[in-house]
Design a protein around this ligand. Structure first.
Ligand code: API
Length: 282
């Protein structure tokens, strides 16, 4: 089956976007892993599939990590899908539905996109964590990483505040914490350096994907956790490897707004081999 796709990225966090609005895609885990694989497939941080919208949503966006796991949020991909569908419909206001809820998005005049990711989930069982505790201080520590805060933006995030992101061994600490028993659904692990009350340097080891150039929901979770700790205000510029995002945690309704870029790299079509041909040795 020949399937058209768009290759897009938001601040360097890259996606293969498949359009399933007019045809069923039959995305099995082996096919997801194959398409996301940077050697055998197209390669991406997340595989995004579009399904028809309904009841006030213009489109349904499904998110899968390269390991085949489904995620409840992907901030950077949301901006890309908002731009794609907004340009298609000739509208600058688009609502994207995900398994975690509806995300109103605005295509701004400067070509940036602003997404309302809703209110952060702050209780232990909303992150979720494996036991009842204060989500502002988790009993985790390894090397320079200790005492993280946690919240959910529709997906689980833990934020470690460190003196120097550059000096933090993320490729060893990330997987160690991603799969800690404290996180029954695993977690995205952010390492944040507070540069000022309105600037944060951030790198994220993503659940099911590893170290990416940017993580939109991670940027939102980091701002929320920093503001809860009194380390920043409720609005900050997030400086990620792949670019900058502006995050604001609104006082008025408690929602988190994320503003940033969306770019199209290329488009194409791909033939999906049968599952049997796709099993990559674990
Ligand atoms: N790895 C994440 C999904 C993608 C999040 C990230 N790419 C973003 O922009 O929010 C998870 O399993 O929750």
């Amino acid at each position: 089956m020949l399937v058209p796709f768009m290759k897009m990225h938001g601040a360097g966090n890259d996606f293969v976007i498949l359009d399933g609005r007019t045809r069923a895609l039959d995305l099995t885990a082996p096919r997801i892993r194959h398409l996301a694989d940077r050697r055998l497939g197209i390669g991406c941080d997340q595989l995004i599939s579009l399904e028809p919208g309904s009841r006030g949503a213009d489109v349904f966006m499904r998110i899968h990590n390269p390991d085949g796991s489904e995620a409840g949020a992907c901030g950077n991909a949301t901006r890309c899908v908002a731009q794609l569908v907004g340009r298609e419909l000739g509208r600058d206001r688009i609502t994207i539905r995900t398994i975690s809820g509806d995300l109103p998005s605005v295509l701004n005049a400067d070509d940036s996109i602003t997404v309302d990711l809703g209110a952060p989930r702050l209780d232990w069982d909303q992150v979720p964590l494996g036991a009842e505790m204060d989500t502002l201080h988790l009993p985790l520590a390894e090397g320079v990483a200790r005492d993280p805060a946690a919240c959910s933006m529709g997906n689980p995030h833990a934020t470690f505040f460190v003196d120097s992101v550059a000096a933090t061994p993320i490729t060893s600490l990330g997987p160690r914490f991603e799969t800690d028993a404290l996180f029954p659904d695993r977690a995205n692990i952010g390492f944040a350096e507070i540069l000022s009350p309105e600037r944060i340097r951030l790198r994220v080891w993503e659940r099911g994907a590893g170290l990416t150039l940017a993580c939109g929901s991670g940027a939102c979770a980091t701002l929320v956790n920093a503001a809860r700790r009194g380390l920043t205000g409720r609005r900050a510029e997030m400086i990620l490897d792949g670019g900058k995002l502006i995050i604001e945690w609104r006082e008025s309704n408690g929602h988190v707004l994320m503003t940033g870029p969306a770019e199209t790299s290329f488009t194409g079509s791909i033939t999906l081999p049968p599952d049997a041909a796709l099993e990559i040795a674990a």
